[in-house]
Write a protein that binds this ligand. Structure first.
Ligand code: ADP
Length: 492
């Protein structure tokens, strides 16, 4: 093994503690994968109300931290557990985190998010100091932890240990940047001279992610295609020029999947396990899902979506395409939550086709597993998709993805070719109902008319190795790049 690194991973959510989306899956699986490779890893997340204290054996008493927020001093705490080889530190401040919703409720973001997450960043650094952890790298994720590199460069540069630590910032979704009113600046604890366009100022507002992108040693994002897309005007959500200025420090590493959690051979949440050598369980999972949803038995393919109901996910074109496809004989199920507008759109499909559509509005992990195991096809018509995990889960469970060729979907789903008999799914490029419908139609026709080819595609998908093994090694290489960057050694 190469030199053991000491890594702190900072994220605003991590499975199995608290989750709203893919960031949690990554933060809950990359740190243990790095620990398994022999590195010393700590994970920092907020202690939200949602975190199950009893299940995770989180101690009642924590270590005290005093965090300055504007003119106030907040008494926060951190509590530590050991989990899958990782030291997990929960940052506790009930006034900030003990409430419903990680970032907000359906009617909008929590109004004090700038204070909540600047406090989280500062408390993480104070906890690291208090624990006297000697670190090589701090790996932060998205806007919620993006102030860590800013604090390090501005407030801890002469600190004996933290002053030398390299930083990596991973962008999981550039559509969310942590943009706040400039009147909230006093909460951040940073000198006002940083409120300028070369630092945290963004069209008159404060932008946490921008600050992180400028102050971190290197930037990564979750697929190679997305690494290019975020440097374009269309894909950068206003930060493309910041990223282009740092383009030599921008890298793409595709996410892995946690094969302890998402593995049809051992998954305890599905009706029957299965694997390539014995696919009976897959049939059983479909049968049981048809029953659960009250769908008629028969030869119709079952197409599912599991998604945040947000503009990014292409729900608008997707549901219209599904509407057209239902008349061709499919069953459709959607599990999701998010904007009311899309929830209503989904429910209207159910009213129109009560026998062939199932809609569950809400967040339900066990149902997500059952749906991915029992479906024939997984539909992901995303407008943009940094990496996407559900298409990789689908591949592992023999469920064929139909995706829009964007970001990580483009990188992880290869189109089936009848000539070479390679490929694992279906891709369309144009963001339109017609393009989405045509692809669904093509998939359904192949499913009905060529079962042998279909089964070959299913097996191809199940054989793909999307585990963390290789992506964790990629990150290790990039940590070394960040360390050299910090030491002032040019790499490219
Ligand atoms: P994103 O992070 O943009 O939401 P990803 O595909 O990267 O998209 O990750 C989504 C994760 O959240 C997956 O693990 C998926 O199974 C899960 N998920 C999304 N919506 C739901 C839901 N309503 N119920 C259960 N799990 C969900």
């Amino acid at each position: 093994m190469t030199k053991q690194l000491s890594i702190a991973f900072v994220a605003s959510e991590a499975t199995p503690f608290a989750k709203t989306g893919g960031l949690a899956d990554v933060a809950g699986s990359l740190p243990p994968a790095l620990a398994k490779l022999g590195h010393k890893v700590s994970l920092f997340i907020p202690l939200y109300k949602e975190v199950d204290r009893a299940r995770h054996k989180i101690p009642d008493r924590g270590h005290k931290l005093q965090v300055q927020v504007s003119a106030r001093v907040i008494d926060a705490h951190y509590k530590k557990i050991k989990w899958r080889g990782v030291n997990v530190y929960f940052i506790e401040s009930d006034g900030h985190f003990h409430r419903h919703g990680l970032y907000g409720l359906t009617d909008g973001a929590h109004p004090d998010n700038s204070e909540r997450f600047s406090l989280f960043c500062m408390a993480t650094l104070l906890a690291l100091k208090k624990e006297q952890i000697t670190l090589d790298v701090i790996h932060v994720n998205d806007w919620q932890s993006a102030l860590v590199p800013v604090y390090l460069s501005q407030l801890f540069s002469s600190d004996k240990t933290l002053g030398k630590v390299a930083t990596v910032l991973t962008v999981h979704n550039i559509g969310y940047q942590g943009i706040f009113n400039p009147l909230e600046w006093h909460l951040l604890g940073l000198d006002f001279s940083l409120f300028n366009m070369h630092n945290l100022e963004f069209y008159g507002n404060i932008n946490f992610l921008k600050g992180g992108l400028i102050h971190t040693n290197i930037i990564t994002t979750v697929s190679s295609t997305y690494a290019k897309e975020i440097q374009t005007k269309d894909g950068g959500y206003g930060l493309d020029s910041v990223l282009r200025n740092r383009s030599k420090d921008v890298f793409g590493v595709v996410n892995g999947i946690d094969t302890d959690q998402w593995n049809p051979k051992i998954d305890e949440t599905i009706p029957q396990n299965f694997e390539i050598a014995n696919m009976d369980g897959k049939k059983k999972c479909k049968e049981s899902l048809l029953n659960e949803f009250g769908f008629p038995k028969g030869e119709n393919p079952l197409i599912v979506m599991i998604t945040r109901l947000a503009e990014q996910k292409g729900v608008d074109i997707g549901l219209v395409a599904i509407d057209q496809a239902i008349s061709k004989g499919i069953n459709f199920a959607l599990l999701g939550s998010g904007s009311t507008q899309y929830e209503e759109l989904a429910k209207s499909l159910k009213y129109k086709y009560p026998d062939n559509v199932f809609i569950h509005i809400g967040f339900d992990e066990a149902l997500a597993h059952r749906m991915i195991a029992g479906a024939d096809m997984f539909f992901m018509p995303s407008r943009y998709e940094p990496c996407g995990l559900t298409q990789m889960y689908s591949l592992a469970y023999g469920t064929v993805p139909i995706v829009r060729a964007t970001g990580g979907l483009n990188d992880t789903v290869s189109e089936y070719s009848s000539d070479t008999k390679t490929g694992v799914g279906f891709k369309f490029s144009k963001y339109s109902t017609e393009a989405a419908f045509k692809k669904i139609e093509e998939a359904v026709t192949l499913y009905r008319n060529c079962p042998n080819i279909w089964n070959k595609m299913v097996i191809n998908g199940m054989k793909e190795d999307n585990s963390w093994a290789s992506s964790a090694k990629e990150y290790l290489k990039l940590y070394k790049v960040a360390i050299k960057h910090k030491q002032g050694i040019s790499i490219k």
